[in-house]
Write a protein that binds this ligand. Structure first.
Ligand SMILES: Cc1ncc(COP(=O)(O)O)c(C=O)c1O
Length: 474
């Protein structure tokens, strides 16, 4: 991507975040060129591009202004409600269909939460890969047994520090993605029949792990802005013997909620009081639209009884194909988790770990994050705008402050499972709401993956989806 396009993306990110408001004048070119550290002509080119896309207007002798918003932001969904009964997970077979479609080049991929490769740092990462093959060919061909490569774990420890978690490299266990980290976490602390509290709705991959381990899920009401309801969790703790609670405190999937620090602190205190293990999925933690990285839940547990198992990966930021993530179990659980990792697949690919080590050490990861965060903010804004234009008026949509998915709540009678099957005929995949719930709630909701390049075909797909929904409303 050209430099001026990158700057245009960043300015548009600031507009989405509300840093520059509709109708306001942008800072002058000289000031912007200083802020972004680029030439005045790059700023001028970026402003022209934003004028062409309708985000800015030029006023003679006055400068550039943010265009007034000509569309109404749809309302947010209300906090969810559940009946606080543990249930066996059902209805997850459908998810395999979504997974298969992810690799289908003819489909518009609005279903699985997988960013299009154009959102990944493929070219810069390729350099790290090539260098690794050149310099560490023999090592890359060998196992790196658990807990994983020391130099990679060192790089992760540095990143964890930025999110408030003070960990040493030897406290980190490398895994095959976040999915394995979640599975190992549950296997480490729970057994078949145990009750696991989860956010409702939640990421379907987690439901599948709970199902495959024969555990029961207890869905806890969750607010699209502030995350899991602590009152409901406390009530559930009084009623049921909960072993663990798995949640995404930062930019959850699918709601996009983020727990304020005060609530993270309260949650850790509640967990300590009830001896409840918290399993934190922080896969989107680096993808906030503002500059500041939110703190991990893990960082709030370090002074207490170390109640949190932290899980994450590079699947949403660098590449899913690397299959590389990590977990941080409390010290007392480390050995068991490490052994389970060894038993399940011996090791995580060495090549991925070495290449990621280089990418992190050279600053490529940080540079990519700076770009991608504002691109995702822009995508969320474009999708929200399209939903406001093309979908039935009473469609409710989340307003995430990070990540790249939107959760939509439609009229109660709409069946998004049927809708998803109809959309397949148009080669469009969407994720129907019911796969995000153990008890198959949310049949009238759906999740959209917004990390797709904005093209006329994509806009047309959203028009079509809106038409199908409007037809269902008649
Ligand atoms: C919330 C969440 N957690 C975990 C995963 C699994 O990630 P990985 O590819 O790193 O195994 C995903 C992937 O979609 C996800 O969205």
């Amino acid at each position: 991507m050209m430099l001026y396009q990158q700057i245009a993306d960043q300015i548009s990110g600031r507009i989405s975040e509300g840093i520059y408001l509709p109708g306001q004048r942008l800072p002058g070119v000289r000031q912007l060129s200083q802020q972004f550290g680029v030439s005045i002509s790059t700023i001028v080119q970026a402003q022209r591009q934003l004028e062409n896309t309708g985000l800015l207007e030029a006023r003679p002798r006055s400068g550039y202004y943010v265009m007034p918003q000509s569309w109404a932001i749809p309302e947010r969904p209300e906090a969810t409600q559940t009946d606080l009964q543990p249930t066996a997970v059902t209805g997850q077979e459908l998810v395999l269909q979504l997974a298969h479609l992810t690799n289908h080049p003819d489909f518009i991929q609005l279903g699985a939460a997988v960013p299009d490769p154009s959102f990944m740092p493929l070219r810069t990462f390729q350099r790290s890969l090539a260098k690794t093959v050149r310099q560490h060919n023999e090592q890359a061909a060998s196992y790196s047994f658990p807990p994983g490569l020391p130099e990679f774990r060192q790089q992760i420890a540095r990143r964890m520090y930025l999110a408030g978690s003070k960990v040493k490299a030897d406290e980190i266990l490398v895994t095959n993605g976040c999915q394995e980290a979640l599975s190992l976490s549950l296997q480490t602390v729970a057994t078949a029949g145990d009750i696991i509290a989860i956010e409702s709705p939640t990421f379907y991959g987690l439901l599948q792990v709970i199902e495959s381990l024969g555990m029961q899920a207890l869905e806890i009401p969750t607010d699209p802005q502030t995350g899991i309801s602590l009152t409901a969790l406390e009530l559930a703790l009084e009623q049921w013997d909960l072993t663990a609670c798995v949640l995404m405190p930062n930019y959850s999937n699918p709601l996009g909620s983020i727990m304020p620090d005060s609530r993270k602190q309260q949650l850790v205190a509640l967990a300590v009081q009830h001896d409840l293990i918290l399993i934190e999925d922080d896969i989107n933690g680096d993808l906030g639209f503002s500059a500041e990285r939110p703190r991990t839940l893990h960082s709030f547990s370090q002074d207490s009884a170390a109640q949190v198992i932290y899980c994450s990966s590079f699947s949403k930021t660098v590449s899913q194909g690397l299959r590389t993530g990590w977990m941080i179990p409390p010290p007392a659980l480390f050995q068991r988790a490490e052994y389970l990792k060894y038993v399940s697949n011996l090791a995580t690919p060495t090549l991925s770990q070495l290449a990621l080590t280089d990418f992190l050490a050279q600053g490529g990861y940080e540079r990519h994050l700076r770009q991608i965060k504002s691109r995702y903010a822009q995508q969320i804004s474009l999708f929200t705008q399209a939903i406001s234009k093309y979908f039935p008026v009473n469609t409710r949509v989340t307003q995430p402050k990070g990540g790249f998915v939107l959760w939509l709540e439609l009229e109660k009678h709409i069946d998004t499972l049927q809708l998803s099957q109809r959309m397949l005929q148009h080669k469009i995949s969407i994720a129907p709401g019911q796969v995000f719930s153990a008890a198959q709630k949310y049949g009238h909701c759906l999740r959209l993956n917004c990390a797709q390049p904005w093209t006329p075909q994509l806009e047309q797909a959203l028009v079509l989806l809106g038409e199908e929904l409007s037809a269902d409303n008649d």
